[in-house]
Design a protein around this ligand. Structure first.
Ligand SMILES: O=C[C@H](O)COP(=O)(O)O
Length: 295
């Protein structure tokens, strides 16, 4: 099947994305940036060793990231495997923090469509407010866009009221032109949010990939008026990297995109660094890492 790709200037994208990361953000702007990034986190645990206890601990942390600093907002969501959705939903009930479940045979997506649909239905029935599905990279890489789109449409139906994030796993896409094309394919098939990565591949939310996805969402909004969110996930583990993401969003889509409804950061280990950097703004020195409980 032939596919028309819009070319993307790799050097131009990477230079612009890197330049936007060189801004120095200090004092009050840093304090605000850290609070904003905290509010956008999908606090994530996706390990075979995850237990109900770990998920409850994570949920408590997402609701109140640092009891010593109550001015810091809650995270946007807790993201878990489907089997732990019920535990997360119970722990987060009434908190305003959403429950996100990965689905569709995460992270590889190598199960049948019927299993993907059923897994999604079960996660929503157990209390998931948001579903993070992976695209079938085998279909995408063999040029079968129709199958990729059909799967997204079926999973979207199975979501019912839950929001659908579509993970492109950009590390497995050959070029930025494919990232742009797959982003548009996901949007056209019904994604509420397009997401970079599973966190399980060699690379995750690189600044270049995030910039290409933000530009796709921006151009789609200009063309159609439809607002689609972006989730940068995978490898975002430092305050510097998170603030870089926020600058990319601000410069590409404007201040109105700087909300958890439109931009998320999926991360398993970012929150502790944000809390340490936030504390340092008051004390002038870093706290001991052991003072910040592990996520
Ligand atoms: O969806 C979120 C990712 O799985 C988190 O990736 P990370 O462990 O690199 O932060």
């Amino acid at each position: 099947m032939s596919r028309r790709l819009i070319s993307v200037d790799r050097v131009g994208i990477e230079e612009r994305a890197a330049a936007l990361g060189r801004r120095s953000i200090k004092h009050e702007a840093k304090r605000l940036g850290i609070a904003l990034a905290t509010s956008m986190i999908d606090l994530t645990t996706l390990e075979g060793a995850d237990t109900p206890g770990k998920v409850r601990h994570l949920a408590a942390k997402a609701v109140c990231p640092d009891p010593a600093r109550p001015e810091l907002p809650s995270c946007a969501a807790v993201c878990v495997y489907p089997a732990l959705v019920g535990v997360a939903a119970e722990a987060l009930r009434g908190s305003g923090v959403a429950v996100a479940s990965v689905s569709t045979g995460f992270p590889a997506g190598q199960t049948s469509l019927e299993v993907k649909v059923e897994e999604t239905r079960e996660a929503v029935a157990a209390g998931a407010d948001e579903i993070d599905m992976v695209i079938s990279r085998d279909a995408y890489l063999s040029g079968d866009d129709a199958r990729v789109a059909h799967e997204i449409e079926r999973v979207k139906e199975a979501c019912g009221p839950a929001h659908l994030k579509v993970i492109l796993e950009t590390a497995e896409l050959p070029t930025y032109a494919h990232v742009r094309h797959a982003s548009q394919l996901a949007i056209d098939a019904g994604a509420d949010v397009i997401k970079t990565s599973t966190g399980k591949a060699a690379t995750g939310a690189t600044p270049g990939v995030v910039l290409v996805m933000l530009e796709t969402v921006r151009d789609h909004a200009w063309r159609t008026g439809q607002l689609v969110g972006v989730k940068a996930a995978g490898g975002v583990s430092t305050t510097k990297a998170a603030l870089h993401m926020l600058v990319l969003v601000k410069e590409t889509l404007g201040d109105e995109w700087l909300t958890a409804d439109r931009f998320r950061i999926g991360a398993s280990s970012l929150l502790n660094d944000l809390l340490m950097q936030y504390a340092k703004l008051d004390s002038g020195h870093y706290g001991r890492p052991e003072d910040f409980s592990k996520e």
